[in-house]
Each structure stands twice: as C-alpha cells, then as structure tokens.
Design a protein around this ligand. Sequence first.
Ligand code: NAD
Length: 498
Amino acid sequence: MTYEKPADLPDKIQLFIDGEFVDAEGGAQFDVIEPVSNEVYTRAASASKADVDRAVAAAKRAFDEGPWPKMLPRERSRILHKVADIVESRDDRLALIESWDSGLPITQAKGQARRAAENFRFFADLIVAEHDNVTKVPGRQINYVNRKPKGVAGLITPWNVPFMQESWKLAPALATGNTVVLKPASYTPLSAALWPEIFREAGVPDGVFNLILGSGGVAGDALVKHPDVPLISFTGDSSTGAMISTNASPFLKGLSLELGGKSPSVVFADADLEEALDATVFSVFSLNGERCTAGSRVLVERSIYDDFVARYAERAKNIVIGLPNDPKTEVGALVHPSHFEKVMSYVEIGKSEGRLVAGGGRPEGFPEGNYVAPTVFADVKPEARIFQEEIFGPVVAITPFDTDEEALKLANDTKYGLAAYVWTSNLKRAHNFAHGIESGMVWLNSNNVRDLRTPFGGVKASGLGREGGYRSVDFYTTAQSIQITLNEAHSPRFGAGS
Ligand code: NAD
C-alpha cells in the first residue's frame, strides 16, 4: 500500500485572530512534518509575543464588548451543538488529516473525532441544565450564586490526540461564556487549523476563538504570562506543568494541569484473564502508546504470571503495525523523530532492566519513519527507569507480585498518579484496592471508558485540579456569592455612643 498524501492540505497554516487568518509577525514560520517519511509537508505560522498580545487583546475585546458572555445559555448551547454537528459530519476528513499529521491509526483517529464532537454536545447540554443552590436563613437572609465566566481562557494542549484534547478544553471554556486563545502543540497543528472554519460556520462571533501556533517556550509562555489571561488550562508533560505553575504564580491565575502518567494495570489471579489481557494490551498499545492514561506498568499475581506474560508477549508480537491511513493498522508511527529517539532510548535502557519478550526496536518492514515495535519487558524491578519514567510509546513493563499489600505498594511506587486499572472478581478486594491507590482515576475490570460527567485529573506529579462535568464549569467560572438581608441590617452601632 502506498502512502498517499490527503488531498487539499494547506501550503501554510496561519494564526486566527479576531475572525481573520493572519501570518505571524515578520512572516515567521516553522516546518511541519508527517511521521511516516519525516518529510516537511507544510509550514505553520510561528507566533511571537506580539502575536499572542494581539490574540489576547481580540479575545478580551470580544469578552468585554461582544455578545458571547451575555448570551442566554440556550443560545450558546445551540451554537455549540452546531459545532458538534459539523465535527461529526467531517469525521472522515478529520480522522484522515489527524492520522496524517500525528501517525495515529485512522480508525482510532476517527474514534477521537467522534469524542471531540461529543465533548461539545455534552457541555452544550450541561450549560442549559446547570444551576446553583440558593440558601436561606428564614426571615433573615437569602444567598445565591451569580456564576460568571472568567474572561480570556488560555488553553495549551499536547500533540497526542490533538483535536480531541483541544475540544476537551474549548467546549467547557466556550459553553460557560469565556473567550479563548488556543495554543496547540507545534508537532501537530494541522487539525487545529480546522477550528476557525468550524466555529465560523456554527456562528461563533469573531474574537471569541483565537488560535496561536508556535513554540511552547515563546507563544505558550507569552500566554501563561499575559496579565489579561486569568486562567490557564494546560495538558502536557509534568515538568512543563511545573514550569507553567511557577510562571503563572505572580499573576495568581486559575490553573488546571493535566500531566503525565505511569499508570498500573493490576491483574489478580481471580480476574477474568481473557478480558484482562484484551484490556491491558489495548491500554498501552492503543494511540501508539502515546496516551497519558496508558497502563504502562502491568502488575501480575505470581500464580498466573508466567502464563500471562507469555500470552501478553504473543499478543504484542501479533499487533498489526502499518501505515496510519490503513484501517487494519493497530499501531502506526510515533509523532516526531525526536519523540521516536526518546522512546527508542527507553527500549535500549529496558534491555538491561528487564527481560525482553516482544519487540525491542524497529519493526521489520519499516526501515524509515518513526516506527517502534510493540515492546514488552517482563521481570521489571520497581527501581528500573522503565518502571518509573513515562515513556509515552508502545513499551510496557511487567512485574510480578505475591500479595495484595505488595501489589498496592508497587502500584503506588512512582511519582505519578493519573489512572489505575484493577482486574479481580473479588468485590471487596476491588474496592479496597481502588481506595488505596494514589491516582485520580481508577477503572475496575474495565478498559479506559469515561463518562463525561465524571472528574478527570491526576494526583502527585500527574496534575492539579479536576475537569469533567460540573467541575469544568467550576474551573471556567467564578461563583460569586450574593447575600440579601430580609429584615434590618442588625449592624453593631460603632461610633454611635452608648
Ligand atoms: P509538552 O509539555 O512538551 O507540551 C504541551 C504543550 O505545552 C505544547 O503546546 C507546548 O508547546 C506547550 N509548552 C511547552 N513549554 C511551554 C511553556 N514553557 N509555557 C507554556 N507552554 C509550553 O507535552 P507534549 O510532549 O506535547 O505531550 C505529552 C505529555 O502530555 C505527556 O507527558 C502526557 O502524559 C501528557 N498528557 C497528559 C494528559 C492528561 O490529561 N493528564 C493527556 C494527554 C497528554
């Protein structure tokens, strides 16, 4: 199968500020490559601080003077449902270009496009159902909450499943009446370039959505340090999150940080092993392993360990590696040569830290591009780097345990705490174990399937804050509390004499 470039790709990707496509200051651009050949296929505008200032000024104007924050929730909701309709109607095209730009297998890219539409639908529905409590002290006082959008939301996103990640922030930020400046990852700007047309067609007023592209250190940094941006929602690496937290602190900004992970999948001998196998293999090798919630450490009870490892390795060896646009492909090419180098370096490190039972380098038949064979290391000790550090590729570490206590200790033995997966048929054990795990999210006997109403986020180095459902509404709004006295004010009469 030859690898065909999708038709009608743009020769340049521009910024979008105040309803217009514009070049960056001085025409600055950066190269955009596709990961199968690593050849440059287009160039994107590289925003300077001045460009970010323009985007923030436009968003602030749209917030202060435009209709968006003042619209009835139903009006905004209708527009956001249109966004969802448009995204759904273009899911084939979206999946094709996402897969081209990021190397994600096309079937998985299509699933993510649908999820992006669902994010808009969900927050469009939530905003019309949203309400706050009124409290009263009989005969004395009534208190109510005046919920207000915060202003210009700065949204900074990573390159894994880029369009879906962007939708996850755009939908609640816009639904709650904020205006936004989005700064997507520089490896994958192609699908982000679709947003301006989608929003325009749906009827989002000019200035409400602004897109800046470019490096994190320049464009992202300028957004984080901009005094007119009161909140930043960031998804990315833990070290970047820590830096953003430092840089935002002088401004006391609202921060939501969704960061890295090294999540455990814990398999007890009493689990449905067929289901556990399906899920633990999918968990680390779907989305090319470039998945923040990947179960990249599989902890297996000793009595089933050898058998489970053998079956796991067999599955990994049979995974279909292929061109990202081939519907049969299960693992495609990693996003960028520098990320490929990073993942390959961990594969080499792993060879001295564990027993290699599948993969271990480039897959056969893929001499070029960012291809890494699904790689499985068994007998990995907890002090190993491949047990402790986020690899963010198709590489898994498997470790045996003897007791529940040991399994819990191993599960918690990293700096991260994003997700965890537990496989057992013992109800008490499942819940007690889940409660003991230091992670923001736990799935019991389940692959990573998330209801959008549930909180999303991590603990420890995996993040700060929660989004999802009404928690996103909380993050993107100020809950102003208003108190009304129903009788006399009852103030002590200072200065009134005795
Ligand atoms: P990254 O931290 O390198 O970059 C993320 C974004 O931040 C990019 O847009 C980048 O340009 C920008 N950025 C970089 N430096 C910046 C700075 N100083 N100031 C402002 N912005 C800056 O992460 P990545 O390599 O794009 O993504 C992979 C990481 O994202 C992994 O660690 C993964 O686990 C994490 N991730 C987490 C979640 C989650 O929800 N917890 C989801 C997906 C990915």
